[in-house]
Design a protein around this ligand. Structure first.
Ligand code: SF4
Ligand code: SF4
Length: 590
């Protein structure tokens, strides 16, 4: 064990403590000690595993198994599909007994597609293939990661292979390791850092190799001295430089943008990603999952979950994904009397579970058994008194009271102007509001309205573009028809049959043009042979005049034909004989 004094000394060292402070924020009762009194315990294999296909941000993975199939632990059951997606693996061995819609832990309370496995209790792994990742290129490691099923374990569940990709346009120079865990009650990262610090650092080495990053900074709140100690010691043994920094305990310092600012002083603009300014942030549990995947070949099959609140033995458990939540509650000694709700996530950003009959998923970092004495029902909301406490607490420096007015009056455009989408829904404003106004709920409503408006606008634009295209097509077809009719009118019967065929053949423009030209020539020739039809009844004198004109025309035509038939040499000699003044005159004309 370590000495507490040593830890306090460590924290006091200026080199370890950040000088940047969180803007706004709140400091609710932490309630962390209840679940950190015991080491992490592995939950037994359940009889039945229910694995939702949707456990991450992005596309649904493609199902690869059938009902009745026997599967081993770590077997790929659904592969990532699309650029943002994550694979799903069997978390123990057994038989697939159903692929069906089941209730999942989501605020919507809606069922979703799940794979149900009857566990055989053997927990038999597939053949595992650890990898010498140092010998592999970043691109091939990222491609491998698509098979890992690893997502951000901080609760956001964003596919990790996507976050590890860098582009020459936005190279990453610093990796931030998020060990802040700022929400009350949640202690899974704290316990992980205490017990598995070396493995986290090994995962950091992999992330660093993939991203080609030199600087690594670990951020830990000062209410986790044991974790700080363990991480500092593990970092000291690493074969690369890692800084461990202490940040003051204040919610929401664990928000990635806030932590980046606290640790580096760099402000990530709201309309940019952290990689645009050369930084990427990973949760400690995500790094540990990377280590297990590459160094042992194990895909994502379990996570640490904090089970706390009004239960007999609050504690952290290592739980297989798909384990019934009821098993977790039972393992912690069951709920105490008065429990009327279960919250997934923390009390600030979490949500009420639709039922306890849902499985543990990749995003399940904490379950709080809630009771009225722990979280009293919200008092009735009263009118805003313009006290501005919400603005003081907002870490993003918004004007929550103004946003509230615009959201309430459904003036979505104004809410956008007041940076509605910069709100991280941290709940600090609601927490401090003396009028008990559920501000975050208003912002969520306004955001969903704004998104619906954008979608409607997009749909209208698509419809308009389609209509314009349709009108253009009608116009083009009209022109093509007119062209075909013109060709028909000019050509003979044969050519009129050939011309439309040639006209439709857009690829053979030259032959089409030749056919048209031939039709024109024939039409000219016919016209030239035609005699005037209204001269039969003309007087004899008129007929004689016409005959005379025709004769003159014929003479002129023959003269032209003869001059064209003269040899080039003869024409040249004519030029040679011309006077010098004629030459000059020709040059002037040229
Ligand atoms: S804290 Fe509540 S009452 Fe005070 S200004 Fe904000 S919304 Fe209004
Ligand atoms: S919920 Fe939004 S508006 Fe309220 S404090 Fe957090 S970021 Fe600011």
């Amino acid at each position: 064990m370590f000495s507490l004094n040593r830890i306090v000394d460590l924290i006091k060292q200026p080199v370890h403590r950040t000088e940047v402070h969180l803007r706004g924020g709140v400091h609710p009762d932490e309630h962390k000690h209840e679940s950190t009194q015991q080491p992490i315990m592995s939950l037994p294999i359940p009889h039945q595993i229910v694995l939702p296909l949707r456990q991450h941000v992005g596309h649904l993975p493609k199902l690869l198994v059938k009902v009745g199939e026997r599967v081993k632990k770590g077997q790929l059951l659904a592969e990532a599909e699309g650029s943002i997606s994550a694979a799903i693996h069997a978390t123990t061995s057994g038989t697939v007994i159903a692929v069906q819609d089941s209730l999942i832990p989501h605020p919507s309370g809606l069922p979703d597609q799940c794979i149900v496995i009857a566990a055989d209790g053997l927990d038999e792994w597939v053949d595992l293939h650890p990898m010498d990742w140092r010998q592999q290129s970043p691109a091939s490691l990222i491609e491998h990661l698509r098979l890992s099923g690893i997502v951000g374990m901080g609760g956001a569940a964003f596919p990790t292979q996507v976050k590890l990709r860098t582009t020459p346009k936005s190279p990453v120079h610093t990796l931030i390791v998020n060990g802040a865990e700022c929400e009350p009650y949640i202690t899974c990262d704290d316990m992980l850092m205490r017990e598995r610090a070396t493995q986290i650092i090994q995962g950091l080495a992999i992330a660093r190799h993939i991203m080609g990053v030199e600087n690594c900074i670990i951020g830990i709140e000062d209410n986790k001295p044991e974790a700080l100690q363990a991480m500092t010691e593990a970092a000291a043994k690493a074969d690369f430089a890692v800084q461990v920094k202490v940040v003051a305990t204040m919610y929401p310092s664990g928000d990635a943008r806030q932590l980046i600012r606290l640790l580096t002083g760099i402000e990530v603009p709201n309309d940019k990603r952290s990689t645009d300014v050369g930084l990427q942030c990973f949760n400690v549990a995500t790094l540990l999952a990377l280590h297990r995947y590459f160094d042992f070949g194990e895909p994502a099959v379990s996570r640490i979950v904090t089970m706390t609140g009004r239960v007999n033995e609050p504690r952290n458990y290592e739980v297989l994904f798909g384990t019934p939540m009821t098993d977790l509650i039972a393992a912690s000694g069951g709920a105490l009397s008065g429990v009327d709700d279960y919250i997934m996530g923390g009390p600030m950003m979490g949500f009420s579970l639709p039922s306890i009959h849902v499985p543990v998923t990749k995003a399940s970092n904490c379950i709080i058994a809630s009771a009225p004495d722990l979280f009293p029902p919200a008092a009735e909301a009263m009118p805003c008194i313009r006290c501005a406490r919400c603005a003081d607490a907002c870490p993003v420096q918004l004007q929550p009271q103004e946003l509230y007015w615009f959201a309430k009056s459904e003036n979505i455009e104004k809410a956008r102007e007041y940076h509605l989408f910069d709100c991280i829904e941290c709940g600090c404003c609601s927490y401090v509001c003396p009028s008990n106004i559920p501000l975050v709920q208003y912002y969520r409503f306004a955001k969903s309205e704004a998104i619906a408006q954008d979608r409607a606008k997009e749909a209208a634009n698509v419809a308009r573009e389609r209509n314009e295209f349709r009108l253009m097509r009608i116009d083009r077809e009209k022109q093509e028809r007119a062209q075909r009719h013109a060709q028909k009118a000019l050509g003979s019967k044969d050519s009129s049959e050939q011309a439309p065929a040639a006209a439709t053949n857009t690829e053979d423009a030259a032959s089409k043009q030749a056919a048209i030209q031939a039709a024109i020539e024939r039409a000219k020739a016919q016209k030239a042979q035609m005699k005037p039809k209204n001269v039969e009844d003309a007087p004899t004198q008129v007929k004689a005049e016409i005959a005379e004109i025709d004769a003159r025309r014929e003479q002129a035509k023959q003269a032209v034909t003869q001059s064209q038939a003269q040899p080039a040499a003869q024409q040249a000699s004519l030029f040679d004989q011309a006077p010098a003044s004629s030459d000059a005159n020709s040059a002037d004309k040229d």
